[in-house]
Design a protein around this ligand. Sequence first.
Ligand code: SF4
Length: 448
Amino acid sequence: MHLTAQDIADWQPEAASGPGVTPLQRAEARLRQAGQWQPAQTMGRRFAIGCVALEITQRCNLDCTLCYLSDMSEAVHDLPLAEVFRRIDMIRDVYGPHTDVQVTGGDPTLRQRHELVAIVARIAERGMRPSLFTNGIKATRSLLAELAAAGLVDVAFHVDTTQQRRGYNSEVALNDLRAAYIARARGLGLSVLFNTTIHRGNHHEVPAIVRFFAANADVVRLASFQLQADTGRGVLVGRPDLLTPDSVAAAITEGAGGAIRFDVPAIGHRDCNLYAMTLVANGRVHDMYDSVPIITAVLARSAGVQFDRKRPRRAVAALLGFLARNPGLLLRALPWLAAKAWAMRADLAAGRGRVHKLSFFIHNFMAATALEPDRVASCSFMVATGDGPISMCLHNARRDSFILKPVALAAGAWNPLTGALAGEPARARRIPPKGRTAIRYVMRHDRA
Ligand code: SF4
């Protein structure tokens, strides 16, 4: 059963909890209702929501064949900073501290630099974790350094063949660009992520991309793969049958060169998200979730422990501190830890003891015309609209109703299409063409 057009139009954003109900309890209730509450469920225990996307612009300097923006997006002016700040505070009210907030768009680096820095700083000041989601074209090292100083935790580079970047005709060829982006972020104390959209044309290259990420695991912390979905203005329609979360997991496993389990911790709905964590030593990938009882017990009991993604040593110290406070669990885990170290001994020796964490994430967005109610209701990936957070899949299905809605500012109603307050003249702005012309335009201006 799918949501009807009326259901989609009627769906209401999430609101802050009433008295006596915490964000974690509300998340648990949503997951229980969807039949997704189980011992290894992390949402509702460790965090109240997987992440919240904060779209600070609808503009983009690429024109991906699987873009989730709408045909109207480029015509929309950037949200006033006061409204962006209000939405940041709203996210904090609804989900509490430590929430992961994706600063995204469009491409967020198209906003004025001082505004982008102020947005990141505001999220960090509110005790949440800002991530920059960008195609990297304008994410220079100097910008990343300034954002890191303002409190940025992660930078997620979206690089794949849907972007049709000139000179790169395959995912393997794009590894040169990925390497350049890694070099830009190296040493800035940022956790580096890569997003790759998987479609018919690049599914066979997933193992090669995974080998690249494993070879660069000293910087790359997470490789996220999104399956093609029929939503937004993208022109590639019809997900092929061969493309499933399981087929992508199998391709990642092939690239990793050994078994990886994607079925241990749950992040929200199982049909939406699959997650695996590995350790990389000497360029070789070792699964961390191969003991379900131990991992489940550690996940459940360490739910309140915060792991610092920017400082791996602090994260390890937090884990060791947790184990020291839970000697019974440590005793249970010791045989597994010893077996893990023994299995990795050759790579640990060859890599001089250096070990890096590399996680894999598979995200299964839904088509705009096939939204499943239980997945939307238990969604772990929300978008901050003016009225509250709402499921990303549902947001994409009716994006225009959110991005074209006038914004109430202290000075009056602001119109997204004119960029002006009611009664003021429209602000002139060039709307770049999309399609092939736009791609050529962007490539000529890719000077980063
Ligand atoms: S955005 Fe869609 S696919 Fe992702 S968690 Fe939410 S409902 Fe599931």
